[in-house]
Design a protein around this ligand. Structure first.
Ligand SMILES: Cc1cc2nc3c(=O)[nH]c(=O)nc-3n(C[C@H](O)[C@H](O)[C@H](O)COP(=O)(O)O)c2cc1C
Length: 159
């Protein structure tokens, strides 16, 4: 079985967990990078992020090359933004229609996932969502523990 991890991370939490998983499973990794991203630690990130979530326009990504037909297992990592998965994941999922894949969902968040799982379930219809894991502020709450939990999760669930 071939594994792909596709992820987006704005503040580094999801990225740390992806790096951890790479140490325990054999997977190709695709990092989604927006063409125009406003990186800031100020509250403006919520304004920018909110615009991306609520605007109808699709956020453009840096070019990437992936042949999804090569993979049986797809692990998707994203922060929760305004109650759903982040805009780069939205772009990726609308540009790449997947079918019959085993899907593993990893979501970093601040404790309020709202519609995240429901939206994933809708957009990923026709696939098998094998397992979901959400972690609250992994870096703030202890990254080593979060990495351990993520690694156990993926090792135990990966088909
Ligand atoms: C624009 C923006 C919107 C967010 N919206 C939510 C939210 O709706 N619910 C929640 O629990 N956390 C929310 N968060 C917190 C992030 O999900 C959390 O900090 C996560 O760990 C960030 O992951 P990352 O470091 O991989 O970007 C938001 C963060 C940002 C920057």
């Amino acid at each position: 079985m071939k594994n792909l991890i596709v992820y987006y991370s704005y503040e580094g939490n999801t990225e740390e967990l992806v790096k951890g998983m790479q140490e325990v499973i054999d997977a190709d990794v695709l990092k989604l990078i927006p063409k125009k991203e406003k990186k800031t630690k100020s509250l403006f990130r919520f304004v920018w992020g909110g615009m991306q979530v609520y605007m109808k326009k699709k956020l453009e990504l840096e070019e990437y090359n992936v042949d999804l037909s090569k993979y049986d297992n797809i692990i998707i990592g994203s922060p929760c933004w305004f109650g759903t998965y982040a805009p780069p994941i939205n772009t990726f999922l609308s540009d790449n229609k997947m079918e019959n894949k085993n899907i593993y969902l990893l979501v970093c968040n601040g404790g309020n996932l709202r519609n995240t799982w429901k939206n994933y379930e809708e957009v990923l219809k026709g696939n098998n969502i094998v397992s979901k894991l959400d972690l609250v502020y992994p870096i703030k709450n202890g990254i080593e523990e979060a990495k351990k939990k993520t690694n156990e999760w993926i090792k135990n669930n990966l088909k």
